[in-house]
Design a protein around this ligand. Structure first.
Ligand SMILES: [Zn+2]
Length: 199
């Protein structure tokens, strides 16, 4: 706990006791340009990774960076509420789905280790993952599962009219990123060719 308090004190000094007046500008309004949808994993922090400042990014984090597809009968998802707020009420220009190597969430989904009463949303994510890969989950195939999970989230985003319309008008882009924990390298998903390439 002491390290958290010390960290907060450094943050306070940097942004409120120095000449940095960023929070004077931000105190009444935020104008983030990018929505990051990332995994909860403690090693994968979008703000740190793109060297962002307060106010730059709107960040949604959930287990295994999931976006449920549009389902008019059951749109009961916290992540969806955040995506809708970001796209419809904030000046978001880019959405980046950030997946990563050694994702414990993807591993759970791929190896059928979910608890019997796990949330429905997890079951949906699992079903979609398994529909799109016909392999067993191993150390060697893990990244394929993780990348397909990123693709699925990108494609699910496009099932929402409010996202699709903005992409059509060229006021919004949707991209998948995949972070390699071992090398620090980042791959980006090209939806046109359905392939990943290094940034
Ligand atoms: Zn993860």
């Amino acid at each position: 706990m002491q390290s958290l308090i010390g960290g907060y004190q450094q943050f306070f000094k940097k942004y409120f006791e120095s000449d940095n007046n960023l929070y004077q500008e931000l105190q009444h309004k935020q104008s983030p340009h990018t929505l990051f949808l990332a995994c909860c994993d403690s090693r994968v922090d979008p703000v740190l990774m793109v060297n962002a400042q307060p106010g730059d990014l709107f960040v949604v984090r959930n287990v295994a960076n999931y976006v449920p597809p549009c389902n008019k009968e059951d749109n009961n998802s916290e992540s969806l509420a955040a995506i809708e707020l970001a796209v419809n009420y904030l000046p978001i220009k880019h959405i980046i789905i950030l997946g990563h190597q050694d994702c414990a969430g993807v591993k759970l989904l791929a190896t059928d280790k979910l608890e019997k009463n796990s949330p429905t949303v997890w079951r949906e994510q699992q079903k979609q993952l398994k529909n799109n890969i016909d392999k067993n989950y191993t150390k060697e195939t893990a990244s394929e599962f993780e990348k397909i999970n990123v693709n699925n989230a990108c494609e699910n985003l496009l099932t929402y009219c409010f996202v699709k319309d903005k992409i059509k008008n060229k006021t919004l882009s949707v991209t998948g990123w995949y972070f390699h924990l071992d090398s620090g390298k980042m791959e980006t998903y090209n939806p046109e060719f359905k392939t990943f390439s290094f940034l």
